[in-house]
Structures are given as structure tokens and as C-alpha cells.
Design a protein around this ligand. Sequence first.
Ligand SMILES: [Zn+2]
Length: 324
Amino acid sequence: MHFPVYRPRRMRRTENLRRMVRENFLNVNQFIYPLFVLPGTRVKNPITSMPQVFQFSVDMLLEEIKEVVGLSIPAVILFGLPHEKDERGTEAYSQNGIVQEAIRAIKDKYPELVVITDVCLCEYTSHGHCGILKGREVDNDASTDILAKVAVSHARAGADMVAPSDMMDGRVAVMRQALDENGFENIAILAYAAKYCSAFYGPFREAADSAPQFGDRRSYQMDAANSNEALREVAMDIEEGADIVMVKPALAYLDVIRRVKETYDWPVAAYNVSGEYAMIKAAAARGWLDEERVMMETLIAIRRAGADLILTYFAKDAAKLLRS
Ligand SMILES: [Zn+2]
């Protein structure tokens, strides 16, 4: 395989030749669209650092979902902003909670749409941590019990899949058991298995109003320097019953996505997070980058790394481009 016998440019000469040897593809089936829901009616709040992303009241959310379904995007993931926050995040598992209400409304109108719910406490706790506190520490085992209650309440409202994002140890097993005991053995778990403590989440914290009131999340989210540890986290979640494992964020962790995919024959999702979205939007707004091309290049890179599914705020835009 050497020049001049092999000339790689031969197969790059025309678009049809390039299409014939293309190795990876984007397809709308791979997209999961994140949505933020809050109490009220006729609310559609823009999020400053995430252009074209909004916080919706349930009535407005249904209009957004009409568009999502029209674009053939198969799944959404819901994040809730509660009526009230408290120390233990009790609204997270209330049957009258905002996410539970949204699930029922969506399933009533669009029963085929796959509804995934984020399961965490940070949007619901007054201190903004992902679990409940013992002093100033996040108490792992007490938190997993509450997280399991949240998952069951989402399943009861009609969710198809629950997605624990808290990074407590052992929470997938506790959640699987609680779901099964309550008759929800067919509700899948999408585990945020390798979730890093990342500055790329910045814009999301505005969107979900979930910044911690003291300290940071380094005691439960992963250190950016590690990837062997990511494989151990993924192994644990698969053994505990995760149906899909996720790496988050995506772009700065493409190597982790690749290692997870090569090590485990398991569906892998990657979260193209708020900061990755905001960087492209901000540069495009200044005319510094071609937004469409950079968006598609980013998404195909995540696929090439090994992700089967991509959670992305670009889902609607990419679906429109793929259709045209
Ligand atoms: Zn959280």
C-alpha cells in the first residue's frame, strides 16, 4: 500500500466516489433531544448562553415536541425546574412534580415518542448538589434510595427510560431493583456512566438552575485526567443493569467514548453538552465559524469515536439538514 500504486485521492475525486467509501453516517435515529420544563403556562424562556434553547411550560413544551416528532427524532430527555426546592429534593419524586406532569402530557399526545427522564437531585435541592447531604458531604447510600424513588415516580408517570446522572456509587442497581419491585421491569436505564466534572456544563446550569450553592462536584463526578477509571465505572453500571451507558461530555472525551465502545459490546451514548453547543453558537454569531458545517463535523466525530446515540441541542437542526 504505497505510492504510486495506491493513490488515496482516487476515491476522493467526486462526491459519489466519496459517498461510496464513507465509513460513518449520521441518522436522525441516533439523536436524543434535551428539553427543560418548568411550571406555569405560555412560558418559553430563552437561555442566554444557549441560543434557540428554551425553558418551556408544559403547554409550550407540547408545541416544541410536535416539531421534534415531525422531524422523526425518536427520543427526548427531560430536565425539570421544580416549583420549590428543599434540602432533600422531595419534589423530584412527587407525582405532581413538573417532570411527572410533563411525561403524562407528552405520552397522552405522542405515545410513540421515547420519553427519557434525567434522574438527579441537583435541580431540586436547595443546596444544588446531586445527592442529599450529611453535614457538607454528599451521602451516597441515602441519596441512591431517593434517586430510586425518583426513577419509580417517572416510570409511574409513563417514562420509557430513566437516566441517572448523579454519579452516586451503586445507584443503577438500587434503581433497577426498585423499578422491578414496582412492576416496571420493562423500563430501561440509560446510565450517565462516565460523567466528568466539567466546565463545559456551565450554560446548562443556567438552563436547569442547578449550580451548587457551596463547593463543587469533584467528590462524585470524574476527574478529567482519567480514562481507566471510566472503564471501571462503565463495567459497574453494565453489571448493575444499565441498558445504555453514557460518556459526558463528548468532545473533550472522544478517546473515552472510543475505549468504552471497544471494551464493551454495549450501546453507548454521548452527551454533546451545553458548553460544546455554546462555543459553536458564539463563534458562528461572530461569523468566525460556519455553524452548519462545524455542527455536522462535531456530530460525525462523536459517531466516529464510537457513540451509537448522541444527546444534542443540535438535534433539530441536524435532522433538518439530513432531511434536505
Ligand atoms: Zn445533578
